[in-house]
Design a protein. Structure first.
Length: 318
């Protein structure tokens, strides 16, 4: 954590990014990333979630389970940023998440979202157009299952009686459940209503857009009698490639990011952490000033060395 009070997380390589010729991550790859996270000053390890996607995508929950014990040893939080909640039944998911919290020593943050990719839903036979209503029903059911025994739930999509998921998580009543939103007024009201925190997306927001959405969230929290200052947030999916030479960094990263996002690269937008150390420090400062409390980077290549560069040349000088 830096003097500003902002902490940093790193994404595991769940997605094999196009243009990198990446192989599926091995346990040793994941362990090396966690080691580098500890050594470089990161506070958390994050994963993102898809099932049937344009690019190969590894199971994010299994990846977290592979490094949960190592993260526990190092005092690192593990986090789902984010799970497509409608893609999994809340009873089965509650068992998995309670187990992850135990394996990590009570250091799990659960980030959930409504899902954004039709192919995931079509493959599972789940109506994509209903994802927001399924999501809201699922959040309520998941929190009850993680927190209580003998749970009855009669929602519009999920219905069950007398269900107890054991063993319970270490964190009680349950691990914090953060909600994802790209920042719409409706999304911010949903975060304030159902969430213990907000997961924003650097891919889909600039720092200035994030700041506007944070204002909407703070108003929604206050209207519910909740304290905005104590409500956490994280900005995730920030693709990263840094170098002493900013031009060299862009030569490596731009074509990867453009293929991964399907958009033209805009280095000044704040979506991506690509450039020289000084350029990246200035960009991160925009996010800090906008109100980000945790920033989660995703190295597009050479993750371990990128994390070490970040720790030495960026994090220590913020």
């Amino acid at each position: 954590m830096v003097a500003s009070g902002v902490s940093f997380g790193v994404h595991l390589p769940t997605r094999m990014l196009p243009g990198t010729e990446a192989e599926p991550a091995s346990y040793n790859n994941l362990s090396d990333i966690v080691n580098a996270a500890k050594q470089s000053g990161f506070a958390s390890i994050w994963v993102t979630d898809h099932i049937v996607y344009a690019d190969p995508w590894m199971d994010c929950l299994l990846m977290l389970s592979a490094i949960a014990g190592q993260a526990k040893e190092y005092g690192l939080t593990i986090a789902t940023g984010v799970l497509g909640l409608p893609l999994r039944h809340p009873v089965a998911l509650a068992q998995t998440l309670a187990t992850l919290d135990i394996l990590s020593g009570g250091n799990l943050t659960i980030g959930v979202g409504e899902g954004s990719t039709r192919s995931d839903f079509d493959a599972l036979g789940i109506p994509f157009e209903e994802r927001r209503r399924i999501f809201e029903d699922g959040v309520v059911a998941l929190r009850s299952l993680l927190s209580y025994s003998d749970v009855d739930h009669q929602g519009p999509y999920y219905r069950f009686n007398h269900v107890t998921v054991l063993p319970k998580s270490i964190q009680r009543p349950c691990p914090p459940i953060w909600l994802a939103s790209w920042g719409s007024p409706i999304g911010m009201r949903r975060v304030a209503r159902f969430g213990d925190g907000w997961v924003a997306s650097a891919w889909h927001s600039t720092p200035e857009e994030f700041q506007v959405s944070l204002g909407l969230l703070n108003s929604a929290l206050a209207s519910r009698g909740r304290e905005p200052e104590s409500f956490p947030n994280a900005v995730n999916t920030m693709f990263m490639y840094i170098d002493e030479d900013g031009k060299r960094a862009r030569e490596v990263a731009v074509h990867i990011i453009e293929r991964a996002t399907g958009t033209s690269f805009d280095g000044g937008s704040g979506h991506y952490l690509v450039g020289s150390y000084q350029e990246c420090k200035a960009l991160l400062q925009r996010w800090v000033e906008a109100g980000a409390r945790q920033i989660c980077v995703w190295p597009v290549m050479d993750a371990v060395n990128q994390m070490r560069r970040f720790g030495e040349h960026v994090l220590l000088q913020l």
